[in-house]
Ligand binder design. Sequence first.
Ligand SMILES: NC(=O)c1ccc[n+]([C@@H]2O[C@H](COP(=O)([O-])OP(=O)(O)OC[C@H]3O[C@@H](n4cnc5c(N)ncnc54)[C@H](OP(=O)(O)O)[C@@H]3O)[C@@H](O)[C@H]2O)c1
Length: 264
Amino acid sequence: MSGSIKIGIVGGAGWLGGAIAGSLVRAGVLSEQQLILSFRSRHPDLHGSALWTRDNQELADSSDVVILSVRPEDWPSVAIDVRGKLLISVMAGVSADSLCRRHGTARVVRALPNAAADISLSYTPWHASPELTEPDKTLVRKIFEACGTQDEVASEAQVDYLTGLTGTGPAYPALLALAMLKDARSHGISEEISLRAISGLLIGAGGLLQARPEHPQKTVDAFLEYRGATAAGLNAMMDRGLFAAVSGGLNAALERTLAMGRQN
Ligand SMILES: NC(=O)c1ccc[n+]([C@@H]2O[C@H](COP(=O)([O-])OP(=O)(O)OC[C@H]3O[C@@H](n4cnc5c(N)ncnc54)[C@H](OP(=O)(O)O)[C@@H]3O)[C@@H](O)[C@H]2O)c1
């Protein structure tokens, strides 16, 4: 990336803003000196060579690109005019239209990283307003590739849906792990061994997926065809409504995302 471009992160002291800043620097997309980070209550002891400010308008004026990373309920306090610059919001639910109207630009991206941005392994879907240029899009890809993997998706509605699917980061795997833990406990397996076993299972599955990407249908079919203990487990989980439970959960998450958008 150009050695002179400056990226400002409103809410850079927060969890996701800090994780994006860290990923950008680690990936060599820019140096800390090219980052402008704003904070509200606490100036964290991080990214010491970046410019830190409490003044979000100063951040907008000094940056080429502005990333908005405050909680949706705090967004009303961010009254900045970015004067036509590229604006990337990672806030759940806040629409591109509202962002355009409040911040004085038509070049708006809605993106939804997840907690794995902290280790540069986020999956980030994003959608761009029609006014984005090709160089803008190249930059957006670069930013979110630094945080992990990314996809430009066809509509804002898809960003809203994926908010409740991939924006959730480790939450659903943690719920699966918890369900397994409770069951292992009921069979007298110690907490320590259960935790090691389940973490090993999830990490191993993730590692296999990374090393040899395979459609989940193929994996499930291979185990079903083997007709062993795993097939019995899979069939019983499906018979007890696993797909309906997952679909119901994802729809509840989507409803909540849309409700957050309506509040803003
Ligand atoms: N965490 C995730 O996994 C995740 C995943 C996807 C999307 N998101 C989205 O990312 C956004 C940030 O989430 P987060 O988890 O990083 O929350 P967070 O840790 O609470 O960070 C938000 C930061 O914004 C700061 N802030 C609030 N108003 C501000 C203002 N006017 N000027 C400057 N800074 C201000 C807060 O400061 P204070 O310390 O004063 O509160 C806080 O440091 C949210 O919109 C969320 O929807 C998060």
